[in-house]
Structures are given as structure tokens and as C-alpha cells.
Design a protein around this ligand. Sequence first.
Ligand code: PEP
Ligand code: MN
Length: 389
Amino acid sequence: MIIILKPEVDPAGPEVQQILNTLHYYQGVQTRISGVTGKERKVIEIYVIGDTSRIPDEEIERLPGVERVVRVSKKYRLIGRHREDLEALGFEYNGLYFDQDSFHIFAGLCAVDTPENVEAMFRALQEVGITTSRMGAYKPRTNPYSFQGHGRKCLPWVFELAGKYGIKCIAMEVTKEVHIEEIYEELERAGRPTGVMLQIGTRNAQNFELLKAVGSQTEFPVLYKRGMGITLEESLNACEYIASEGNRKIIFCLRGVKTNLGEPHRNLVDFAHVPVVKGLTRLPVCVDPTHSVGRRQTAPDGLQEIFHIAAQGVIAGANAVLVEFHPRPETALCDGPQALTLEELPHFVEDMRVVREAYLTRKALAQKYAGVSSREVQRDLPLSSACTL
Ligand code: PEP
Ligand code: MN
């Protein structure tokens, strides 16, 4: 059960106390108060967990300060959409806004290597007006003898360079709890020149202790990557772990799933799930074309496969793209064969803007046609135009 409070209600005020007293009268229920930042206003919600079946909605709705009560199904209690009247879970971070309508491109290195390469990347982003990046300092590698990332020691200069080029948020994977603390301390020490979004990699998609760790802090938002070998439902449940610990600032990222059926790509692209995840949850959805495709290959039409696959996600309404670049991919210490070059960045960004515009046009078209009966649509739309589209 979710109790949505009226906008003017003070979470520490007497109305909330009265609501909590009423709820605690019912044994076995636990409550948690949460502020959810929506587009128009900040909504205060009370989450009621446990056996809520005996709590009458009307009694709660009559209490002062209550706007409405929403019953939620068991699945994805906090991140789930459940009913139309629950706002998408948006959040603001370091001057940027993320929700199911926003659009951002997180472009950067797979793994931080040299200050020169990091600087070249940030400079290139500044030139195209992008303030979101990705940088791997802690790399979970399949092979124990592969480069494992520079770890904590690169953070001071990565953060300083990010600040120099106006980068506001860096997606950075953490593989164990102590990395969160390290990032926090180094950001503080550097004077917070940038922000960080903690990335949960596909290999840790069901590392529940790590999920609880990123969920129980609210300093950093979380970019959760779908598990490559588990069902969508299992990944969404893993995300619910993060939310259930208190952190609602989550982006869900599709990055392809592991099966030979995707060959010659590294993974089978799963961007058909963009609208599915947007429908099942209230989270912004990101797509990662780099790890889905896993190679640099130009198609006969002159477009790289990574561009094509990113476009598939964006035209379906993705709210972010996570994509790897490198100034000299042949020298990259991790994932070089799938990195785009800095010369390709302006083209990629322009291509994504074209597709994003197309998505917005499609959305407007859907709104125009909503409510119009399918027969009228058929009549208004000449067959030739339907075909040429
Ligand atoms: C990454 O983004 O650098 C990464 C390792 O991705 P994934 O966890 O999706 O493999
Ligand atoms: Mn990578």
C-alpha cells in the first residue's frame, strides 16, 4: 500500500504522525516515508509493507494530509508502475534531471587508463555539449590476468578533469561496497567538481549485498545493468532490492543478453524491452549498444552497427544511452574492439538527436491518434502514405 500525501504536508508534522499512529495500530505492518521528486512537484509517499489487507483504504483516505491511497500488487512494490496514477520515479542529480521523459548520453572510456585519454574524452564531450560520461575505475574482468582497472588511485585526477570540462555526472561501476566509500571520499577531497552515478554491472546483477549497499545510501544515483543470464523479472526484482533499502534514484539499463543466438554480436540485443520496462516500472531506462554489439563494424549503408542498435533503443523511448569511446581504441586496456573513436562522437550525438526527435514525433502521433477509433485512423490515412512511411 502506498499513501500519497497532499503537497503541503510536512513529513515531520502532526498529520504524518497521526497517519503513522493509525497504521501502527495494525500489527505486522512497517512504514517508510519517502520523498519522490516528480516533474511538477515533490511528492511525499508513505510505503506500508507487510499484511495491509486489514487496513481499510477509506479510513486512511479520511485522515488529514492524505491525498490518496494506492494499492500495489506484490511485484516490484516500489519501482513498479501498478497504476497510472503513480508518477514516474524521476530524480534530480547535480543539476541534471532523469525520468521516463528525459534523454542523456553517457559517453566515455570503458576503463580509465591515462590522464591524457581521459582529458581528450572529456574535451570532446564538452565540444559537443554533453555533460554526462562513463569511466571505469574498478573493472570486473573475465580473465584474472587482464587489466583490473586503476581503482581508487585514478579518482583524484579523473574527478578534477571532469570538473575542468564541465562534466556533471560520471557513470562508474562499483564491484564491492568499499568502492562507494572510496568514491565518496575522493569526490569530497577533490571539492566535488563532478558527480557520480554508481553502476552495477551485469556480473553483479544479483549480488544482493552490493545491491543493498548502493540502495542504503542516497548520496549517489544507481545505474543498474540487467543481468545477462537471468530473466527480466529477476533483474527487476534485483532493482527492487535497491529501492527497498531507500534509494529510489535508479536507472535501469538494458545491455544485451548472453546467448549464441546473438552472434556475430557479443550479446543478443534486448532493446525491445525498453517499452516493457517503462510499462512495468516507473524507472528511466537506459540502453548500452556497446556491450550488446561488442564490435566496430560499418554496415553497407555507411552506419556503424553500434549506431544502428543504439537507434533501436532510442526510437523505442530509451531515456539514456551508455556508450564506449576511446581516443585510440587499438591501445585501450579494456574493450578496445568495441570502442567508437572521438572523431565519431559528433556524428553519434547528431544521429542520436535525429532518432530522439523521431521518437518524440512518434509519441505525439500516438497522442493525436489516442481516442480516435481504428476505423477513423484507417480512413484518414491513405494506404500509400502508410506504405511509404
Ligand atoms: C561496462 O559498462 O563497462 C561493463 C562492464 O558492462 P556490463 O556490466 O554490461 O558488461
Ligand atoms: Mn566495457
